[in-house]
Design a protein around this ligand. Sequence first.
Ligand SMILES: [Zn+2]
Ligand SMILES: [Zn+2]
Length: 281
Amino acid sequence: MRVSEIVPVLMNAFDPLLTFLSLLAAVYGVTLALYFLYGLAITWLNRRNPERRIQTGRRGDKRMWAEIGQSTISILVTSTSVSLGLFSQHMGWAPTPWQLTWWNALPLFFLCMVISDLWFYGAHRLLHTKLFYGHHAFHHRSVAPTAWSHDSMTVVDTALSQAHHTLMVFIVPFPPLIILANRAYDQINGTFGHAGFEYFASPGARFPSPMLCAFFHDQHHSEFRYNYGNYFSFWDRVFGTIAPDYDRRVKAMEGLHRPLRLSAGNGPASGGRVNSPPPKA
Ligand SMILES: [Zn+2]
Ligand SMILES: [Zn+2]
């Protein structure tokens, strides 16, 4: 075979690899940018609303650099999972994605959230078994999580809990934009969920609503045995793993805060603290 014949063969072989690597670089770059953007913005917000701190007796800030360092690795794993899903659609290994329209965008986004949450719940329960907990323990070193804790996970932990980005395109032909929108939402949802400060306590974050607030996952970090879901409390309620006092404590937080502050201000915090002792039932 002459050189002039080998070059096109090599180009053909490398083209898919280059496509995948370009996709991965783009997804990783954007996710890393979102990680720092959300982290900085929520830290900025937290400094202006100190009375909203959930665990007033603990400071998770000292783990910040360890969390950021580990996150740069785990975000690469998450980005690989997203890229593998999109690449499988591009190569025709997965069913052809549905056309995105104004009519199906919201239902598909919601379905994507439900599937993601079910996967995360199952994987998270698995990670709390004796067999897998060694891979999840690093994430739980952040007992009082911060805006930098969401992606502070080992490679195996991330690969398991984020595998749905690859797998779900084989079950539901989600348009690529839905998959990317779900990932972007997961990033901000997770950053708020780990921020250690409460902004969403309301009747909409407790029973009978399936939605939740930052306290939900914060309680998973501080009490360890409950609240395994990510987007919704639904699966925890179905499988009996919701913290028995979650709804009562969310209700107790409502109305404790002064209005949200966006400027530094000089006065002392006048609002209540979200982890005030729960009222007796
Ligand atoms: Zn956990
Ligand atoms: Zn966590």
